[in-house]
Design a protein around this ligand. Structure first.
Ligand SMILES: C[S@@+](CC[C@H](N)C(=O)[O-])C[C@H]1O[C@@H](n2cnc3c(N)ncnc32)[C@H](O)[C@@H]1O
Length: 241
């Protein structure tokens, strides 16, 4: 997506980290329920580092992402965290953690083989009692077409966006999202861009089965956001002994 490459410097205005405070604390509650002693965490697809900004107050966070541009945005917000570039299917960080955290970055995978590769790679990076926490945006059971909008002004620049997510073919494992961005730069120049994204759409039993195949037991935990009445579920994936 252009948003994670040439438009990455707009990310903090499109999705300010302050909008992640509530969710980071809801995720933390679930993480601590399944692993009260997390000291070192690894994030796959850490993007602008917004969840990490809040989670790092509770344990160390090592942040990884495919996009060098997004890593640059996150380094600004989280200068004390180690950052590393790599694909979550194959990255090798070289040590093991108490927690692997994957937020909406897993949404970009539409193929079960990719999801399995990510889960197996997470397992490779976990201590034997380590926890994998995944927050998929959508499940087949809960998906509803939707639109969203937002963006803010900061330091003389501003962005507004419209996001439209729909499922054009209920038979496949995919949903589509279209984004329209309007940006006003410091010199007053206004530009607009369009992005398209295909995301994965899998059922809870499909997630459960993939995690079982990778050596995890899945526990679905309801996440209730104060500003969104829809049903969201995080997955705490434990490693049976
Ligand atoms: C919405 S951002 C993640 C937000 C982040 N979890 C946070 O709390 O700020 C999604 C990120 O997923 C990353 N991504 C997409 N595919 C990836 C892959 N194969 N491996 C690693 N990161 C990936 C993108 O580069 C992007 O930065």
């Amino acid at each position: 997506m252009k948003l994670y490459q040439e438009l990455a410097t707009w990310w903090p205005l499109l999705s300010p980290h302050t909008e992640y405070e509530e969710e980071a604390h809801l995720f933390l509650k679930i993480i601590q329920q399944y692993h009260p002693a997390v000291k070192e965490a690894l994030e796959f697809g850490s993007g602008g580092g917004s969840n990490a900004f809040y989670l790092k107050k509770h344990f160390s966070m090592t942040l990884t992402d495919l996009s060098p541009d997004m890593l640059e945005v996150s380094r600004e917000l989280n200068p004390e965290c180690p950052h590393m570039q790599g694909d979550m299917r194959t990255i090798e960080v070289g040590r093991r953690f108490d927690l692997v955290f994957i937020h909406d970055a897993i949404t970009y995978f539409t193929d079960k083989d990719d999801l399995l590769a990510i889960m197996k790679n997470a397992k490779k990076h976990l201590k034997p009692d380590g926890l994998l926490f995944i927050m998929p945006d959508e499940y087949t059971e809960t998906f509803e077409p939707r639109t969203d909008h937002g963006g803010v002004d900061k330091d003389g620049r501003g962005i507004r966006y419209l996001e439209w997510t729909y499922d054009s073919d209920p038979e496949d494992h995919m949903l589509e999202t279209e984004y329209a961005y309007v940006m006003r730069d410091r010199d007053g120049k206004v530009t607009h861009e369009h992005d398209s994204m295909k995301g994965g759409l899998f059922s809870m039993p499909e997630w459960e089965e993939l995690l079982r195949e990778a050596g995890f037991q899945a526990h679905f935990e309801r996440v209730v956001f104060s500003d969104d009445p829809r049903s969201f579920f995080g997955i705490a994936a434990t490693q049976p002994h």
